[in-house]
Design a protein around this ligand. Structure first.
Ligand SMILES: [Mn+2]
Length: 316
């Protein structure tokens, strides 16, 4: 059995009284560079899970995340690790205003009353030493149990706990690496040209294909290992991040079904996992949501010119 971090024995929320709450002594938060865009149209969920934001790196899609945070709200929010990339920041300091704005919005949410649980990952493991503390309304945990509105019990953890079993370091370097994907696309292009010129395939394309297959195999295996470990802990499912691949799968171990949920990332996928008021869960793809919204706006504004305002209505 894999050695997993032990969430508090009691259920979600019961340890709050013991936690040092410095919320009231918190100074006012300075204003963000990009003002909040949201408003009454915020989509309300019971729970939101996001992870693998990698603040402090160029790969982080902070602008899309800001858009997401401005248009959604929830009672509970889990930050499922790799929120800040401490490894990368140590090598090279990179912190544009948009990254500050993400932090600002998360703090603001806590202030407005969202219960925020932060489960540090391997890239922000320096925050694991603060497990059990509460910073500005953000509770730091090593793992958590979440009870859905319809009574399922889910274990929430980042997911790097399985790296040792998976021997995943080699493949993780590829998963979610945009340079790798760009290289593969280039490969396709190069080979199309070579093909047109009647030249043989470039050997690197073969290698790339092999790696894609391997990474697909790796992801599948990872999902199974995580779900199995959750099943052994007696929960109905697991929510994790870490491998930058949003997914829902249902496994069956010894006749008992176990749900696997991965909330994806904000480097490539730009995903969030949400729980609706009735306990139904859904993976959101925010890049798609944004382009759909833009397409709807275009449709609204382009077909016919707006009718002249009715003076009678205007006066009313
Ligand atoms: Mn990770």
């Amino acid at each position: 059995m894999i050695d997993l971090p032990n969430p508090d024995a009691a259920d979600f929320g019961s340890g709050l009284a013991k936690i040092a709450d410095i919320r009231r002594s918190n100074p006012a938060i300075p204003e963000p560079a990009t003002p909040e865009a949201g408003g009454p149209e915020r989509r309300k969920f019971r729970t939101i899970w996001i992870s693998d934001i990698h603040l402090g790196t160029r790969g982080c899609n902070a602008d899309m995340l800001i858009d997401f945070l401005d248009r959604t709200d929830s009672e509970i929010m889990y930050l499922v690790g790799d929120i800040v990339d401490g490894w990368r920041l140590k090598k090279k300091f990179y912190w544009p205003p948009a990254h500050n704005d993400v932090v600002w919005r998360i703090l603001k949410r806590a202030k407005r009353g969202t219960h925020i649980i932060y489960i540090p990952g391997n890239h922000d493991e320096m925050f694991r030493q603060f497990t059990g503390l509460n910073f500005g309304g953000i509770e730091i945990r090593r793992a958590a149990f979440h009870n859905t509105a319809d009574g399922r019990r889910l274990m929430v953890l980042h997911g790097d706990e399985f790296d040792a079993v998976m021997q995943s370091h080699r493949w993780l370097a590829f998963v979610g690496d945009w340079t790798y994907r760009a290289a593969m696309q280039l490969n396709v292009l190069v080979n199309a040209v070579r093909n047109a010129l009647g030249k043989p395939y470039w050997s690197l394309a073969k290698a790339a294909k092999h790696k894609v297959k391997k990474s697909v195999e790796f992801i599948g295996k990872y999902e199974e290992v995580v779900a199995k470990a959750a099943g052994e802990r007696g929960v109905d499912g697991v929510v994790c991040g870490h491998i930058h691949t949003a997914e829902f799968r249902e496994f069956e171990f010894a006749g008992k079904s176990v749900e696997y949920w991965n909330d994806g990332d904000w480097v490539e996928g730009c995903n969030a996992l949400v729980e609706h008021e009735d306990g139904r869960m859904e993976i959101l793809n925010w890049a798609d949501e944004m382009s759909q919204r833009e397409a709807a706006l275009d449709k609204q504004s382009s077909p016919e010119p707006e009718a002249a305002p009715d003076p009678a209505k205007e006066a009313a």
